[in-house]
Design a protein around this ligand. Sequence first.
Ligand code: CDP
Length: 233
Amino acid sequence: MNLSKIVIAIDGYSACGKSTTAKEVAKILGYRYIDSGAMYRAVTLYFLDHHVALTNPKEIHRALQQINISFKINAKGITETFLNGLSVEEEIRQMRVSEQVSPVSAIKEVREAMVAQQRKLGKERGIVMDGRDIGTVVFPQAELKLFMTADMMVRAFRRQREWLDQDRLVDLDDVVENIKKRDLIDTTRAESPLRQAEDAVVIDTTHITIDEQVDEVVRMAFSKIVSMRKTTR
Ligand code: CDP
């Protein structure tokens, strides 16, 4: 095993800065970043565009066989999500997808298909993956597990701001409602609900900056790598 390559699992509530942190940490460590939420969003987009009924297991099974999700790094160094060969990076962030992604993610067969792909992507280690069940289900053996949280209104403001930066104006009440709904479905679903892994470190991002949270995670990752080297000497 290459000791300088660990698996970092970042789970937590909607819009609390998981992806931003995971991306930066991966860049600093030279690791691969995988946005598991983007995979569920891509499945949701496919289901919406192909009118897949969420109550029809046969349709779901058939649709999942038609779905191929991949990630590519674009010329700007940003990871883009591809669905069947086409970039869907922008589309999967739209409200129509955000509104349906949690019900789709609660379907057992959808989760099984995505978890299998996520485990494949993590085989080579040296990975930072963020989501809802990464430390509990996808990589229970991850060397570093983080559970991120933040005040509800702070999360909503940040998400609205993120969209404003992309010239998209979304009503704050709609953002709050969407985040609340997703958190409720994500934490109460039967299949791998969002919960803190016992060995996860909690990071509350309400009062800290992105740089501070990134520094904190990188520091923890280095200390993990160093302590692993020591114990195997
Ligand atoms: O909007 P945000 O970045 O917080 O969410 P996301 O990471 O893009 O994930 C979108 C949705 O996908 C979540 O609300 C969950 O319903 C689902 N998801 C999941 O069930 N399991 C994961 N590992 C990742 C996301």
